[in-house]
Design a protein around this ligand. Sequence first.
Ligand code: DLZ
Length: 160
Amino acid sequence: MGKGAPEIQESLTAGDGQYAVVVARWNDAITFKLRDGAVETLKRHGAAHEQIEVYYVPGSFELPMLADKLAATGRYEAVICLGAVIQGETMHHEYINHAVAHGIMNAACDHGIPVMFGVLTCMNDKQAMDRAGGLVGNKGVEAAQAALEMVGVYRSLAES
Ligand code: DLZ
């Protein structure tokens, strides 16, 4: 049994639709690497530059707010949310993580498109760097791959 996401599926195709990538600026040394991984992945699977719209929010807490607005427009095949919540001395990370996870799921279910949770929930900076193009891959890449896979499933459902 494999661990984590499967290998890159080259059969994933972006199609002609628009993709929104929403990036939290908090911990931007991390989140900009997630953004670059997600954008490169969408392009590698056929998305043109014009099909990818990148938006910024102050922190991860704001990701679901904008994701919901974007999903509500009906313009996007998928919305990919990217952030990095790193544990500090207080419990802030728990409140943020739970709120963001629920908010993103609600946006997806309320508007009928995939809204992806590309948010690192780490105990320290090293864990985050490892997951932003380091030892453990790039979770922005994985979020974009998951978005493309879900777009494919939704497409098949609509055609059946
Ligand atoms: C306030 C805050 C803190 C302490 N830590 C993080 C973090 O690790 N990652 C992150 O994305 N955002 C953090 N924020 C900012 C909140 O997400 C939010 O932007 C502010 O609380 C304003 O609503």
